[in-house]
Design a protein around this ligand. Structure first.
Ligand SMILES: NC(=O)c1ccc[n+]([C@@H]2O[C@H](COP(=O)([O-])OP(=O)(O)OC[C@H]3O[C@@H](n4cnc5c(N)ncnc54)[C@H](OP(=O)(O)O)[C@@H]3O)[C@@H](O)[C@H]2O)c1
Length: 335
């Protein structure tokens, strides 16, 4: 793809969008970062281009770089859609998080994008959502039907849920526990950097991917396994507490999530308990040519960047060596 071909990155201030933007800009592509709160790219004097370690949910960490611009974009304000699409040929699409009916704003946006000359759309979907499902599943179908070039990425649960701003990460920091309704069910957690790597390839490869790949990390782990790894790496005990679906829904509702969304997430936990996510795929390796990062390497890398002292077992265990090919910056996290 020509570097002059502009890519619109929706959710461009979020976990995957920041990382996709960083990769596109580093490769010299023209990028427009969409946000409800756009600001000018701010030069902090330390970096050129967007920094995935910048504050979540803001464009303030975007250092100026050739071809990088920001645009105001709100799924709930259609007046912002046409200006964001102006001159764009490819789009990275992140659904409005928590929206009860994401297809309602997204399908008209896709029609507008097609009319504006967009050729390729890469959607961030989920391993838990199929094309036959209502809601985001309708958007999967809508993309495939409208665009000659497309990809629907279906990642598993993010490793960043344990080390970022997610409810699990907060609970780990505050109480040393992870609470889920997943029982002993296992999930092949995936690093958002690996998702972004696949997304950047799907956006820029000459040959469109035209596929809906399941994207996972290298190994399926229970939440108790994840807690054990966090304990080893931090030296601080982290436990998994298994609760019922109803208790999980109430817990999520108490954090401020709308009840239907909290119930949807608790239901996904229940599906994990039933084994729905106990699977791995080789997509990261096939698309990028290297293995996806392990959970242990992810935790070690993030804690190291945050300046935490390594646990004594860390140096002795080679699984704690950060994957050498993951040189792209990741978000420093607190634990
Ligand atoms: N976390 C997981 O384990 C997991 C697993 C599989 C799939 N997923 C999927 O990942 C998606 C979330 O992606 P992410 O983690 O990269 O993003 P994120 O970190 O949750 O950030 C959300 C992004 O969406 C933007 N946004 C929110 N509401 C918006 C609105 N009304 N209009 C325009 N933009 C809006 C925000 O931008 P501004 O605030 O700057 O406007 C922000 O950049 C969800 O669809 C989820 O299903 C998550």
């Amino acid at each position: 793809m020509s570097t002059a071909t502009r890519v619109l990155v929706t959710g461009g201030t979020g976990t995957t969008g920041r990382r996709v933007t960083a990769r596109l800009v580093a490769a010299g592509h023209a990028v427009r970062v969409a946000s409800r709160h756009p600001g000018p790219a701010v030069d902090d004097g330390t970096a050129a281009g967007p920094d995935p370690a910048a504050a979540h949910g803001t464009t303030a960490g975007l250092a100026p770089a050739a071809g990088l611009e920001t645009a105001r974009f709100d799924w709930n304000d259609p007046a912002t859609h046409a200006p964001a699409l102006d001159g764009v040929r490819r789009v990275y699409l992140v659904a409005p998080v928590g929206a009860p009916d994401p297809a309602a704003p997204m399908l008209p946006f896709l029609d507008r994008a097609r009319g504006a000359g967009v050729e390729r759309v890469v959607l961030l979907g989920s391993s838990a959502i199929a094309e036959t499902d209502e809601g985001l599943g309708e958007v999967y179908r809508g993309i495939r039907e409208r665009f000659p070039q497309w990809a629907v990425l279906r990642p598993s649960w993010f490793m960043q849920n344990f080390t970022g701003d997610h409810v699990h990460a907060q609970s780990i920091r505050e109480r040393g526990e992870i609470v889920t309704a997943t029982g002993d069910g296992r999930v092949a957690f995936i690093d958002a950097d690996d998702i972004a790597e696949v997304a950047a390839r799907a956006l820029t490869d000459e040959r469109p991917h035209n596929a809906a790949p399941l994207i996972t990390g290298p190994e399926a782990l229970s939440y108790a396994d994840a807690a054990a790894t966090l304990t080893r790496v931090t030296g601080r005990t982290v436990r998994h507490r298994a609760v019922s679906r109803e208790a999980m829904r109430d817990r999520l509702t108490a954090t401020g999530l709308p009840e239907p969304f909290a119930d949807l997430l608790a239901g996904m936990d229940e599906a994990i308990a039933g084994g729905a996510e106990d699977r791995t795929s080789d997509v990261v390796e096939r698309v990028t040519g290297r293995a996806p990062r392990t959970f242990a390497a992810h935790v070690a890398a993030h804690l190291a960047r945050a300046g935490h002292a390594a646990h004594p077992t860390q140096a002795a265990d080679p699984t704690y060596t950060a994957h050498p090919t993951h040189a792209a910056p990741t978000t420093p996290e607190r634990l």
